[in-house]
Design a protein. Structure first.
Length: 249
């Protein structure tokens, strides 16, 4: 009984040491992966890396990780000099194979996501206009609502509004429903589907030119593949999937 007791104590002690060593190795590896991604992708902030699965050491011996999750702050988008914050930038990498020199890795599958709130999206809108949720029916078509004083929107874009035209407009507001699309994984495009018919000839084309604009997202690492955008109640939700994604190198 005494020998069995000693054996159990040794098993517990060595088991605890193994777990401690395993967790320390994970912590070190997460920092190394974060540094590698930051340098290879030219990021301005440190990504947060979480390596899933236990034990970690046996995964390393097999040169394969079950899952690596990456999250990132400090990503922005810009349109005409206006910066917009991109939040909840996430990547979930599955079945990550590490090369023999441990210098790079490839994920068999990856899921990515990001978010831009309407409050932030409004910062990129034409001056004098606001951007918001267009309602369930239009949102299902991928549309958002742009609205504002017609005079303010035109003048905000640098278009001179003569007094005679100003009198005709008489403080008229304009509402446009714009379809949102995602191009090349990093460019958000807003294109007006319909505009109210305006009394001043040629004004519709000018307004359309103002409310149609692109928003370029900067700082998304290549591990996060985005190819879909949804106009949700709280803003634009981006998502995407990919295969054979390079994690670092």
């Amino acid at each position: 009984m005494r020998a069995l007791r000693i054996l159990l104590i040794l098993v517990i002690v060595f088991g605890g040491l193994f777990v401690a060593a395993d967790r320390a190795a994970v912590y070190f590896a997460e920092g190394q992966v974060a540094d590698k991604i930051k340098s290879s992708q030219g990021l301005s902030t440190d990504p947060k890396v979480s390596i899933k699965g236990f034990p970690f050491l046996t995964q390393i011996l097999g040169s394969s990780l079950d899952e690596v999750d990456i999250s990132l702050d400090g990503v922005s988008a810009s349109a005409d000099g206006h910066n917009v914050e991109v939040t909840d930038v996430q990547a979930e990498l599955k079945d990550v194979t590490i090369n023999s020199s441990f210098s790079s890795a490839t994920a068999a599958r990856a899921n990515g996501s990001a978010h831009i709130s309407y409050a932030d999206l409004a910062k990129s809108a034409p001056k004098g206009a606001t951007v918001g949720y267009a309602g369930a029916e239009r949102a299902a078509k991928g549309q958002v609502k742009l609205s504002g004083s017609l005079t303010d929107v035109l003048e905000g874009a640098g278009i001179e509004v003569p007094d005679t035209v100003r009198a005709l407009l008489n403080g008229q507001n304009v509402t446009a429903y714009s379809t949102v699309s995602l191009e090349s994984g990093n460019t958000v495009r807003l294109r007006a589907e319909s505009l109210p018919q305006l009394a001043v000839p040629g004004l519709n084309d000018q307004v359309r030119d103002v409310v149609n604009y692109d928003l370029k997202i900067d700082g998304i690492p290549s591990t996060i593949k985005l190819d879909k955008v949804v106009a949700a109640e709280d803003g634009l939700r981006f998502s995407g999937t990919g295969t054979n994604i390079s994690v670092a190198g």
